[in-house]
Design a protein around this ligand. Structure first.
Ligand code: HEM
Length: 252
């Protein structure tokens, strides 16, 4: 039986998908519906608000100029935990939404072993068993799940120091900050890959669609699942078409 949070997730999912438009043009595939995009940008905004206010409070000697953005030091201190809770709330809903797609498989372990090839761009297309998300995306997702749990526990301890005592608060500071730094490093890589690193990816979180070529290049097993076509054959066909059109141009 569905729990009340699952029921809430399902009804907001239907509501936002009904009001949010996703247009899929010829040559494109549906990647993320409006609900997924809404959650992504909601926790993305809260993440950066929590990050900037956090830096302003905990490293004032470097980031003092962040606190006026939030109405001064005291206000920033008051707002930071609420920004953090906003982030965890929306990311929690996304975690429900993506839990099945993020399930770790043997293909993901294989993907991690060839991380060097991925980073150095050795292959033009991903291995044929890469589905909706690759191993790196899943690793980042589960790191954020773990980090969010750590934020909530350590954040509450630091929020109410009089209840938890000095030692618990001191340990919480260290865990909270390490967790923030790990997540920040992951998010930098994530933003790079979603924008200039892999052109065509950003559209997945704006319009909700990707080109078929993007799908067979980065997620061949997902491409095969949704189109029923062979990604290697689609690539070969695209290369033949490209060769034909450059041949035509050189004959003109
Ligand atoms: C300017 C900032 C950001 C941009 C441009 C961006 C862009 C994107 C895009 C395009 C995708 C879809 C990738 C796909 O379908 O394969 C995505 C997915 C995702 N985003 Fe972001 N994002 C940003 C910030 C964030 C933040 C702050 C978080 C969390 C703290 C986050 C967490 C995720 C996760 C977990 C996924 C799914 C896994 C993945 O694709 O890596 N994103 N993002």
């Amino acid at each position: 039986m569905a729990t009340s949070s699952q029921r809430f997730d399902r009804s907001t999912n239907h509501f936002i998908n009904r009001i949010g438009l996703t247009v899929v043009y010829v040559g494109e595939l549906l990647r993320h519906r409006a609900y997924t995009r809404f959650l992504h940008w909601a926790y993305g905004i809260f993440f950066f608000l929590a990050l900037l206010s956090g830096f302003g409070i905990y490293m004032p000697w470097i980031f003092r100029w962040f606190t006026p953005l939030f109405g001064g030091g005291a206000m920033t201190r008051m707002l930071h935990p609420w920004f953090g809770l906003g982030f965890v709330f929306f990311f929690g809903l996304q975690a429900f939404n993506w839990a099945a797609a993020m399930k770790w498989g043997q293909g993901d372990t294989r993907w991690m072993k060839r991380l060097r090839d991925y980073v150095t761009n050795r292959d033009t297309i991903e291995p044929p068993d890469v589905g909706f998300f690759n191993g790196g995306q899943k690793l980042m997702f589960w790191e954020i799940v773990g980090g969010s749990i750590a934020y909530v526990i350590t954040g509450v301890i630091m929020w109410f120091p009089e209840i938890f005592g000095r030692i618990a608060v001191a340990i919480s500071y260290v865990i909270h900050d390490i967790s923030a730094l790990i997540m920040l490093a992951g998010i930098f890589i994530h933003i790079y890959l979603s924008t200039i690193g892999e052109p065509g990816t950003m559209q997945a979180m704006t319009r909700g669609t990707v080109s078929e070529a993007w799908a067979w290049t980065h997620h061949p097993a997902w491409y095969k699942q949704v189109t029923g076509r062979d990604p290697a054959e689609a690539l070969a066909e695209a290369r033949r078409t490209q060769a034909r059109s450059s041949g035509d141009q050189s004959n003109q």
